[in-house]
Design a protein around this ligand. Structure first.
Ligand SMILES: [Mg+2]
Length: 119
């Protein structure tokens, strides 16, 4: 059975091949990848600019396609950056979610969107 971690590993493998086939590995430094990731996040955000909430009912088909493609771009650069930085992304997410669970105990913060420093 395939797991979420397997999906990330499959994407990582595909991105390695894509870069190798083009001799682009030389350009994929952590700094360059972090900058590219930031650009892709901005491209994603641009689709929501000036919309009331960005909920699906406010989007036309072109916007939905654009958002789907930018989400893919963000994930690809994130996975590639983690790969080139020696980070196991799935393990890092589990680690950070445990830290967040301890920082924001459900019984203490339910329905409260403030940061932990504000309550
Ligand atoms: Mg893009």
């Amino acid at each position: 059975m395939s797991t979420p971690a397997d999906s990330l590993l499959d994407i990582r493998t595909r991105l390695r091949s894509f870069a190798d086939e083009r001799d682009w590995d030389q350009f994929h430094t952590p700094k360059n990848l972090a900058m590219a990731l930031s650009v892709e996040v901005a491209e994603l955000v641009e689709h929501y600019q000036w919309l009331p909430t960005g909920a699906d009912a406010e989007l036309d088909e072109a916007k939905r396609t654009g958002i789907r493609h930018e989400l893919a771009d963000v994930l690809m650069y994130l996975v590639r950056l983690a790969d080139k930085s020696g980070v196991d992304l799935h393990a890092a997410v589990l680690e950070k979610m445990e830290l967040n669970r301890l920082k924001y105990p459900a019984e203490q913060v339910r329905g409260d969107a403030r940061k932990s420093t504000e309550y």
